[in-house]
Design a protein around this ligand. Structure first.
Ligand code: SF4
Ligand code: SF4
Length: 222
């Protein structure tokens, strides 16, 4: 059920991106760093479509990067919304765009491209990052990205968020996958607990423009 909702959110987001002016395409991998964060649901979606042999190979090459620097989030997007709503100060976080390449990347190819997490789908740029050295993202796209991220965490509120490597490493364990499928609250090293949406983070200037997108999301019955 949750996987079906996730798929519909990905589809809706893809329809939105198709209306935007972006340079992104498959095999363009300049943005593939080790700083991608994902939810347990997104990790489960990736692992769930692999055969036993594919899982063995996948986790094998993932293990090789376990000791490398990567972004370890301290707060989820919905925890951040809650913190801001209550006038709190978010924790300082350590992130370096030079922590590359993503541990999953093989050459220029993402081996899970069709099932890639939202953090990869939503990094879309108006310019070719390989030429400019940085991505250029429209502020309205950033607002839409935040909304989708908040809903993806919301539908996985008993799950967790973490660096893609950490979430996937936990999902290597059959026991962890079974706990997760039973809707047990999942915990583990470098994982932070997800939260249902406390409020949506939408800047005043985008509130009107996002209404059709919010209506479409609510039609999915998130
Ligand atoms: S964000 Fe940049 S590097 Fe990534 S796919 Fe888009 S253009 Fe390519
Ligand atoms: S999961 Fe795939 S698309 Fe995302 S950063 Fe890694 S290689 Fe790139």
């Amino acid at each position: 059920m949750k996987l079906a909702v996730l798929e519909q959110l990905y589809k809706l987001y893809s329809e939105f991106v198709n209306t935007q002016e972006v340079c992104c395409k498959r095999f363009c991998a300049f943005c593939c760093t080790r700083n991608v964060t994902i939810t347990t649901l997104e990790g489960f979606y990736i692992v769930n479509q692999m055969s036993a042999k594919e899982k063995e190979d996948f986790f094998g090459f993932l293990d090789l990067d376990l000791s490398k620097d990567r972004y370890i989030p301290k707060i989820t997007i919905n925890q951040l919304a809650d913190c801001c709503r209550n006038g709190g100060t978010p924790p300082e976080e350590e992130i370096d765009p030079n922590w590359t390449p993503c541990s999953l990347l093989k050459g220029e190819e993402c081996p899970v491209y069709l099932f890639r997490p939202f953090g990869c789908r939503c990094l879309v740029s108006k310019v070719q990052c390989g030429e400019t050295g940085f991505a250029q993202i429209d502020p309205f796209i950033l607002t839409v990205n935040t909304i989708f991220q908040q809903y993806i965490e919301h539908i996985d509120s008993q799950g967790a968020t973490g660096n893609a490597v950490d979430i996937l490493r936990h999902l290597k364990s059959e026991e962890f996958r079974q706990d997760y499928q039973r809707n047990d609250v999942v915990t583990g090293k470098n994982l932070i607990s997800n939260l249902a949406i406390p409020c949506l983070m939408i800047p005043p200037e985008h509130r009107q423009k996002v209404k059709p997108i919010l209506t479409s999301i609510h039609r999915i019955r998130v």
